[in-house]
Write a protein that binds this ligand. Structure first.
Ligand code: EPS
Length: 396
């Protein structure tokens, strides 16, 4: 669970269900917080914030206790908003920074109707993507757990405002991720990065915003996470839910996704092979040999709602941010007169940041599925459970 308003004192995340005995540090979480803040197209707010986590509970001597882990990311911008956002003293007039002209595409209007308020600030403060700072902090904890078992989560950007990039055949997620880490748009391709930057600059100059598409991949995932037996345990459904819950995400694909609609079954389904020999020392616990494997991965590592032992591949599309410096037509919710939507300081493009958030929510869901299958109170206990399962799979 996360809490916190965009211009309030802080964002908070409470991570429940982590086992004891996991080494974790604030510095590890901060790396992801910093990555989330970056990316070409970010607005003025990111010049103010320098996100750092403070761990308030669940950790002792850099080792988890098994108790809820409370993470706090303070908002530096709070200083500029302490009067308007005070928890008790209600400020009046313009000092309260009220907002009455809803932005098309934003939570503003639906939220105001639902929560019965004529100040849209009461809605936008929480619907703001600032919330993702807390989620990324929580996601880093999940990543730390997964990493312990050789599972890694990667992301990279494949489209910004119509500029598309496709990975050359054979590049592994880790390589794509490393290239993306060196790009201000998180795109592994150098010339595509330049084209994307220009696209973002042009959009910004025109008072517009743009969206895009990012990929998330998870490697080292053993077969059997999720389940076919009940709809809400299907791993594909859980991961799609997680990604769709990120602000501005309008679509999620698993594996080749919508491409399946155009292809016959013979071109879609990944043929099954069996290997008796160990294929070198695995990076983590999985993949191991002997094992079943595929030469293609159109399924994106999930069949029947369960991981199948191949890399999990997902992609998500982010809509353009609704705050436009050249605003769209709207209606003032108090006077009911037509106006231009209000202009809040914003980003022209936040797709690179969304990709980092994508890693976090996928890691949280995978960690939850992993604990659902191998869960124990301590890392040691989970290790025993996991090793026993891998033995069972190898001896199948
Ligand atoms: C956001 C609007 C902007 C973004 C913000 C998301 O904030 P502000 O209104 O303070 O300029 O910078 O993103 C973040 C603060 C962040 O940390 O990612 C919105 O309306 O969603």
């Amino acid at each position: 669970m996360t809490s916190g308003e965009s211009h309030g004192k802080a964002g908070i995340a409470v991570v429940e269900g982590m086992p004891s005995g996991l080494s974790l540090s604030a510095a590890f979480i901060d790396t992801d917080l910093e990555r989330r803040q970056g990316g070409y197209g970010r607005g003025g707010r990111m010049k103010i914030e320098k996100d750092r986590v403070e761990v308030l509970s669940g950790l002792r001597g850099s080792v988890t206790l098994g108790s809820p882990i409370t993470l706090q990311v303070s908002n530096r911008d709070w200083e500029n908003w302490s009067e308007a956002m005070d928890a008790e003293a209600a400020s009046k007039g313009p000092r309260a920074k009220p907002v009455t002209r809803p932005r098309p595409g934003h939570a503003d209007l639906s939220g105001a109707l639902k929560y019965a308020t004529t100040d849209l600030r009461n809605i936008l403060e929480r619907s703001s993507a600032r919330e993702t700072a807390a989620r990324v902090a929580a996601g880093a904890v999940a990543k730390r757990l997964l990493e312990e078992f050789g599972i890694k989560v990667y992301s990279w950007v494949v489209e910004v405002g119509g500029i598309k990039w496709s990975a050359p055949f054979g590049l592994a997620p880790k390589q794509l991720f490393e290239l993306a880490e060196g790009s201000v748009t998180r795109c592994p391709g150098k010339s595509a990065t330049e084209k994307m930057k220009k696209r973002i600059r042009d959009a910004k100059a025109a008072g517009d915003s743009i969206g895009g598409v990012f990929n998330v991949a998870a490697t080292g995932v053993p077969p059997g996470l999720g389940s076919h037996v009940q709809w809400d345990r299907k791993l594909n459904a859980r991961l799609v839910y997680a990604l769709a819950s990120v602000q501005a995400i309008k679509g999620v694909e698993v594996g080749i996704g919508f491409e399946c609609g155009a292809l016959p079954g013979s071109k879609v389904h990944d043929e099954i092979y069996y290997s008796r020999k160990a294929a070198g020392k695995p990076e983590g616990y999985w993949p191991q040999s002997p094992r079943f494997y595929r030469k293609t991965n159109n399924a994106g590592g999930i069949e029947g709602g369960m991981s199948n032992g191949e890399t999990i591949r997902l992609s998500a599309v982010m809509k353009p941010i609704p705050t436009l410096y050249k605003p769209l037509r709207s209606v003032d919710i108090r006077s009911k007169r037509t106006f231009e939507a209000s202009v809040e300081r914003s980003d022209a493009c936040a797709v690179p940041a969304a990709a980092v958030v994508g890693e976090a929510v996928v890691a949280l869901e995978l960690a939850s599925a992993f604990l659902g299958k191998f869960g124990g109170d301590s890392v040691k206990e989970i290790e025993r459970n996991y090793k026993g399962y891998l033995k069972q799979v190898a001896g199948f």
